[in-house]
Every structure is written in C-alpha cells, then in structure tokens.
Design a protein around this ligand. Structure first.
Ligand code: SF4
Length: 589
C-alpha cells in the first residue's frame, strides 16, 4: 500500500512543463528535511547565487503525512537571499495534506517564468498561468483571487507572496492559506525572483488507509495522547504567548531592542491579556486536533458616525515578542493592527520587528535620520510602526531596501552593529542566556527551533561546554528526525517516542525505515550541515553582537567567557558535521 520511492513533480517555469521523477531513498532519509536535502543535492547549484533561475525551490512532505495527527508540516528548501546558503523553512496549514492528496512527496520548481505567473498543480494536472494582473497586489488580495480562479474538488492549498517577495526582500515569506507561513530566511524572494506570484496545490486524488486493526488502534492511541493527556493543553489554551509573562518574570524577554529584559508594562501584551481582550477563536492545520492557531480581532474606525472596519489577525509568542515587546508597544490592539499590515506585505514579522527595533535605536543615536526612516520611529508608537512596516515591505527607499536584506547589512552600512539583535538572522523572542544565543547564532536554521536551547538556560543546567555541546547535537538530531517525518514540533512529546513512531511507520508498511530511525536522524543532520557548508557557511566567522553580552537575566550578567568557549566549540562541531564524506554523497552512506 505504500511506495518505497519518492514521487516528485519537477516543474520548469521557463517552459511551463513538468515531469514526474521517482527517487530512491525512503529508508535512508524518510522525507521532509531529508528528502529536501536529497533533492537539493540533485538539483541545487551550490556555486551559483540564490536568484539563479535554475536554483530549485523545493517543497517536501513525510511518510506519515495524511495518516496520523499533527503530521501536518511541509519543508521548503532553497538557497536563501539572506545569506546565499542552503536553508529550510517550515509551514503547516493545508500545505502538507494538499501534496499528499495530489499524490506527491515533493514539488521542485526550477527556472524563471517569462512574466509574473501562477502555478497550479494536482495529481493529474500542471498549469502555468499568466498572473501579471496579480503583481503588486497584497497577500490577501492575491489569496482571494487565487481562491476564485482555482475552484475544484479536493484538498486545496494556496501559497503566495506579497510586495516583500516581489521586492526580493530577505524577510519575504510565502504565505500559506490563511494565517500560516514559510516564514524565515526569505523563500518569498525566491518566488519573486522566479516571477512566481502564487502556487495552488490541488489535492484532487485520494489514498487508501491501511486495513486491519493495527492502524486504527495506533491512530486512536496517538489521537488520545494529543487530546486527553493534557500534554498539548498549553498550545490550545493560551498558546505560545503564555511565554510572554513567564520570560518577563525571568528577566529573559527581549524588550526595546534588547535594552531591557523585563518590564511591568509587558502585562499589556501577555498571553493572558491577548486571550481575555482580543481572542475570537482557535483554528488548526489540516490533520490537527489541537488547534494552536489563535485568531484575534482588531477593528478600526474608518469614518465618523461609527463606521468600523473589522479584521481577524493571528498571534503567537514570536510576533508579540519581536514586534511588540522589542518595539515597546504594549497595547495589544496596536500590535495586532500592524501585524495585519506585515501579513499583507508578506514579511516575516520576527525579522521585520527586530529590524525596526534596531532602526529606532539607530535613529535615537543619530546614526540615521528621518531622511532614511521617512517616519519618526519611536519606541511605543504603534501608529508610526504601522507605516514603517509598510515602507519596509514596499522597499520605499534605499534605506528600507537595504534593511529588508537584513538588519546587520543595514548596520554595516550605517553603523550600530553592536546593538543589531542578530543571531545568524534576527533574534527570536528569547533572551535566556548563553546556550540560547550560541544555538541561534550558529544553528542550521538560525531558529529558536533548531535546538530550543532557551530550555537549557531556563532550567539552569550546568554551564559546562561539553554538556551543552552534547545537548545541541542530540536535540538537533531528534528534531531533524521529526522534521523529516514531517511532524509539527509541538507534537515532539508524542512522536519523540521512537517506539511509537516506529509502530506508526510499521502499520503503513515502512518496515526498514521504522528500524532505522536513529540512523536517519543522524544522516539527515549531517547532510544538511554538508549542504550548508558547501554553500558557503563558515561557523568560525559568526559574530554575536555586543548587546547580547550586556544583558542581565535572572541568573545575573551574561558570562562572556562561557559564551565564547561555547561558540568556539560549537563552531568546531559544525565543521566536523559539515565535512564531506570521502566515499561520495552522504545520502548513499
Ligand atoms: S499544533 Fe498548531 S501548528 Fe501544530 S499542527 Fe496543530 S494547529 Fe498546526
């Protein structure tokens, strides 16, 4: 009932044609992160720049997608405009299920369309349409029009870019359906460079579920763990914004461009406040009984005589921390209003928020003026930030165009590198200390999700370099196995149990893969580092800006000597993991 090989649709935008390729490797790389790395090895051009038309844009799902709960993510792999190296970004929504129902394990897009275009794929069709009339439209307008023109039966997912992607911003997302994103490291710009405004995946096929009692029993067991054990409650209840008050209490929340790590005013944008005052409803990705997506409302008076416009906006810890606390805006409705603007422009709100926090301090310090910022950026002023986010998405002048390539690039030009809150890319919403800062600065995706080392700091584990190193490597390996399967990382408490995951794979017939889970995690971890190093990453050159060394958390001031030793040791470890195999391709080993 299962396929041992991967079924991959390759599309060439230059010709509008595609073909199906069957690829070996299920037992060795599983899918998701592993399959994406395998496909980049096959089609990627490490020596050529990210916007070379032939660079592939890859989307890959896993063997359990569609069969078990929370197997809901798609891995997008590409050469990133942020650092011109191999990168991954992950999204949920209906993306993974639509690929499964379209009978595809992966979609690979190469070439550049002659005019702005929209790609539609399904189990039996491929269509590249002229979409010049969509160029310049925001994410919502584009989504609306693509929905209208792609009616049909089946499980449909719509991916598109906004002005930020068209402007080739390194902050550009690919927005997925409603409220989900391939968010970080600029995959939206890769679509922009390919003249690709939107992708519609039509899941117009079907697939049988395994017969017999074993699969049904396992599904029930997994489903019950997720819905009745309480382990997922926090995601459905307050959601990730529960972290706001917690981190603020620990003096570990980045506030006001990391000038502070705690502030009583943060209560105004805590998870509790958002839930009490703004929350409308929860929603979920396909195949998820948890529903961690929190949707708030924001309304604005657009005319006298009580005429209001009403919008729904999604919120999470990262956007609130990076675009709320870091800009010191502590009114939830102001934050929601500009989150809506960022969403429309198709920007990664983490990077965009941190970039404007740096710009505000640079303006305060006189390194730039309103000639650059156009509007008078001021910590706490939500209305002015809303305009600034629009300028950033639209690349309104040279300053915003450069800032949209990365905060450090702007800081290198205008000064202010010391207070640019960049750890490989703009920091995520944790200021917990040394283990976390080094992990994000050097980590594969420069993401808080690479190793979640904020947990290491928070639990006050020993400041011993070998122990932290062991933690980084093992945690990354465990997570890369999950992202190869491809599960939502919120379900790591369930699928982190390798026996249960092996049982799930066995129930579908993936016996070899089930027996080799540890080896798969290790192999894909190495493959990804090899690709990262091959595309130019030198972990020894990463700099952690001074601002991170100046902060004080509940554990006291940052221990610089511990941080430096940790950074050196992790850089060395990454070099080892990124070393090419002598025998040839790592996938074959
Ligand atoms: S827990 Fe949240 S992010 Fe994960 S699959 Fe469910 S709705 Fe999507």
């Amino acid at each position: 009932m299962i396929r041992e090989y991967f079924r991959v649709l390759n599309v060439d935008l230059a010709t509008g044609m595609g073909d199906i390729v069957n690829l070996e490797g299920r037992d060795t790389v599983a899918g998701g992160s592993g399959l994406a790395a395998l496909l980049f090895e096959k089609y990627g051009l490490p020596e050529r720049p990210w916007d070379d038309p032939q660079q592939p844009l890859i989307f890959a799902i896993g063997p359990l997608t569609g069969y078990f709960p929370l197997m809901s993510k798609t891995v997008c792999a590409f050469k990133s405009p942020y650092h011109d190296q191999y990168a991954e970004s992950h999204a949920g929504g209906r993306s993974a299920y639509s690929l499964r129902f379209a009978d595809l394990d992966a979609l690979v897009i190469q070439g550049k369309a002659a005019v702005p275009s929209c790609l539609s794929v399904g189990s039996r069709h491929l269509d590249l349409k002229d979409a010049r009339y969509l160029w310049g439209l925001d994410v919502f307008q584009t989504g609306q029009r693509l929905r209208n023109m792609s009616k049909g039966t089946g499980h449909r997912s719509i991916w598109r870019i906004g002005p930020a992607g068209e402007n080739l911003s390194a902050f550009a997302c690919i927005n997925v359906d409603t409220y989900r994103h391939f968010g970080r490291l600029g995959c939206g710009a890769v679509m922009g460079a390919k003249n690709l405004k939107g992708i519609v995946v039509l899941g117009d096929s079907s697939f049988p579920l395994p017969e017999g009692k074993e699969y049904a029993k396992l599904f029930k067991e997994v489903h019950e763990k997720m819905t009745t054990s309480g382990m997922m409650d926090k995601y459905h209840n307050l959601g990730t914004p529960i972290n706001m008050a917690h981190l603020n209490g620990l003096s570990a929340l980045p506030i006001r461009n990391l000038q502070k790590t705690t502030d009583p005013e943060i209560e105004g944008i805590s998870g509790e406040t958002f839930a009490r005052d703004t929350l409308l409803r929860n929603t979920a990705c396909s195949g998820c009984p948890v529903g961690c997506i929190h949707i708030a409302f924001v309304r604005e008076k657009f005319m006298d005589k009580n005429q209001y416009l009403y919008r729904q906006v999604t919120y999470d810890h990262e956007p609130i921390a990076c675009a709320g606390a870091m800009l010191h805006v502590t009114d939830p409705f102001s934050v929601l209003a500009y989150m809506d603007t960022v969403e429309r422009c198709g920007q990664d709100i983490i990077s965009a928020g941190i970039a404007l926090a740096w710009a505000t301090e640079a303006l305060e310090k006189g390194l730039i003026s309103t000639k650059e910022t156009i509007v008078p950026l001021k910590f706490g002023d939500g209305a002015v930030y809303r305009q600034a986010f629009e300028h950033l998405g639209a690349a309104s002048n040279d300053f915003y165009r450069l800032l949209g390539q990365g905060t450090m690039k702007a800081a290198e030009h205008y000064g202010g590198q010391d207070f640019a809150c960049v750890l490989g890319q703009e920091m995520a919403g944790y200021a917990t200390g040394e283990a976390y800062f080094v992990s994000q600065a050097l980590g594969f995706r420069h993401s808080h999700l690479d190793t979640a080392a904020y947990g290491y700091d928070e639990n006050n584990k020993p400041k011993e370099v070998p122990k932290v190193l062991q933690y980084y490597v093992q945690e990354e390996q465990d997570r890369v196995l999950l992202t190869s399967l491809v599960t939502c990382l919120f379900a790591r408490g369930v699928y982190g149990d390798h026996q249960l995951t092996a049982d799930c794979l066995n129930s579908l017939g993936y016996k070899n893969l089930a027996e080799n889970l540890d080896a798969v995690g290790k192999r894909v971890q190495k493959m990804r580092w090899q690709l990262r190093v091959k595309t130019g990453f030198d972990p020894g050159t990463v700099k952690i800006p001074k601002r991170f060394k100046e902060i004080v958390t509940w554990r006291g001031p940052i221990d610089e000597s511990y941080l430096d030793s940790l950074q050196k040791a992790y850089a060395q470890k990454i070099r080892e993991m990124g070393k090419p195999e002598e025998e040839g391709s790592p996938a074959k080993n």
